[in-house]
Write a protein that binds this ligand. Structure first.
Ligand code: FAD
Ligand code: NAD
Length: 465
């Protein structure tokens, strides 16, 4: 067995890990990047997560009534595969061009505090390092539902988006990010989609007006939602898989269902994702995990063994690519900077659910702002009512609303929910304004390009009351 010593060992080619590997390599340090699969170079985001799903959402939105759903979908899946192959190659090259970085394909398992064995087929390589970064990501939670195991019709998001035949009927278990985005997308491709969500309401983190508007849009696009419905069993038959559900004990909101069954050609499991730590040998290395199976880290992302860090989904933080990226900044600051950055200094972190149009939010909801004791002003307008935002009509997407929550005393933005065209871009401007104390009046009176979606702020914020 060969043994190599490196300055930095990164396990997992995710966003945070590859960013740290590249930065260390550019400093001339010896870096080993270990990724278990050539098909996952670049990590979840570009191969099976954000990028392919958003490419498919784009293609689903572009389908015109005359386009054959099956052909359109097959074309979209091919385009998605080409795109991810391109980005995979670029991600490999990004590290490969750095002389001191070696990309190793194989599965890493800790055999000591900062030492791992990498297995690829019959070959075993031992790598010991001064510093180790764990970036092994997350994997779908497979709910313990009778019939899941052994069903030929149950798929994860990774398997569903690789399926070349458009399912005529799709049942989605779980109405979170993955479930909602894929439900909206497949409905627009032409599938008949039913979502089972055990919570009493969808978009549980949003104000009622925003959640109701988003749900209504998805329903108009053909998605059926059964909220308060917990999937309890799955039975394969010749013509599909039947998912049985029962009323879930909901959190305060009345259940929308008494129980029943729904049949699909495919059943998507979208019941959450858990950190990939099983089988990593963390116990051998003395690296502690939390009771949810994440690598236990402090606010500087230091694990319980000195010199070991964990970034991205595996550390149990919010599961977003941009959080994994920000984790890399914190670790790089520990390694080569002042050590001041931490997860505690993150402010106004936005998120977007990629439905059509996307729902993006940052900061407090109106309800949370009032509960926190703020004297609140609210500006909320339907996109279709806005005269000063012709972009929505230009791109034929006038659904949705823009809502701002403002502190009456300071005039500062406390939060915003933007359910509208381009909201995945707009929300970053609002987040920046919040971080830097730009007031609602300044956002209202700013000069924006025309025709753009941002100029909607001119009109919506004029309605503050
Ligand atoms: C369908 C879907 C859509 C999403 N859409 C979005 C979105 O629009 N926006 C957004 O911000 N986030 C989105 N996410 C979440 C986002 O993809 C993740 O938060 C992000 O990719 C996590 O990155 P990471 O750095 O934790 O690691 P990952 O990118 O998950 O990389 C981990 C890597 O480690 C490898 N690995 C695991 N174990 C080992 C081992 N023992 N040895 C070697 N290699 C190993 C894996 O093969 C993998 O390549 C989506 C997720 C999914 C599933
Ligand atoms: N646009 C984005 O940024 C984006 C897109 C996709 C995924 N992601 C990330 O990936 C993570 C995982 O997404 P996800 O949707 O798998 O998880 P999630 O936690 O967002 O949602 C899972 C949902 O499944 C429901 N559920 C669980 N078991 C159920 C059952 N038996 N029957 C019915 N409902 C059940 C839960 O109540 C929950 O609402 C997200 O938290 C997010 O951070 C982000």
């Amino acid at each position: 067995m060969d043994t190599v010593h490196v300055d930095l060992l990164v396990i997992g080619f995710g966003k945070g890990g590859k960013t740290i590997a590249a930065a260390a390599g550019r400093r001339g340090l010896r870096v080993a990047m270990v990724e278990q699969s050539e098909q996952m170079c670049g990590g979840t985001c570009i191969n099976v997560g954000c990028v392919p799903t958003k490419a498919l959402v784009h293609d689903a939105e572009s389908r015109r009534p005359g386009d054959s759903p099956a052909d359109w979908y097959a074309r979209a899946v091919t385009r998605k595969a080409d795109l991810t192959a391109l980005l995979r190659g670029k991600n490999f090259d990004m590290l490969d061009v750095i002389d001191s970085v070696t990309v190793v394909t194989g599965r890493a398992v800790f055999v000591g505090p900062r030492e791992a064995e990498v297995r690829a087929g019959g070959d075993v390589l031992r790598i010991d390092a001064e510093t180790v970064v764990i970036d092994t990501g997350s994997e779908p939670v497979i709910p313990d539902i009778p019939g899941v195991e052994g069903s030929s019709r149950v798929v994860t998001s990774t398997e569903l988006i690789a399926t070349e035949d458009l399912p005529a009927r799709l049942v989605v278990v779980g109405g979170g990010y993955v479930g909602i985005e894929l439900a909206g997308m497949y409905a627009q491709f032409g599938s008949q989609v039913t979502v089972l969500e055990s919570a009493g309401r969808l978009f549980g983190r949003e104000d009622d007006d925003v959640a109701d508007a988003a749900r209504a849009i998805l329903e108009r696009q053909g998605v059926t939602f059964l909220t308060g419905a917990r999937a309890t069993s799955i039975h394969d038959a010749d013509d599909g898989a039947t998912v049985t559900y029962e009323a879930a004990p909901s959190s305060g909101t009345p259940s929308a269902t008494a129980g029943g069954a729904v049949t699909g050609d495919l059943v998507l499991l979208a019941a959450g994702r858990r950190p990939v730590t099983a089988g990593l040998g963390l116990d051998v290395a003395g690296i502690r995990t939390t009771d949810r199976g994440a690598v236990e880290v402090d606010e500087h992302l230091r694990a319980s063994v000195p010199g070991v860090y964990a970034v991205g989904d595996v550390n149990g933080g919010p599961q977003f690519t941009y959080i994994s990226l920000d984790d890399s900044r914190i670790v790089l600051d520990q390694l080569y900077g002042t050590g001041e950055r931490s997860t505690a200094d993150r402010d106004a972190v936005p998120y977007t659910v990629f439905i059509s149009p996307p729902l993006a939010r940052v900061g407090l909801t109106e309800q949370a702002a009032r509960a926190a004791g703020h004297d609140v002003l609210v500006a909320s307008k339907a996109v279709a009512s806005l005269a000063a935002m012709p972009r929505a009509r230009i791109v034929e997407q006038t659904d949705g609303l823009m809502k701002f929550v403002v502190d009456a005393g300071s005039g500062l933005v406390l939060g915003a929910a933007l359910l509208c065209v381009d909201s995945q871009e707009l929300i970053n401007t609002v987040a920046l304004a919040m971080r830097h104390g730009v007031s609602a009046a300044e956002l209202r009176d700013a000069i924006y390009t025309h025709p753009s979606s941002t100029e909607g702020f001119n009109e919506v914020l004029a309605a503050l009351a």
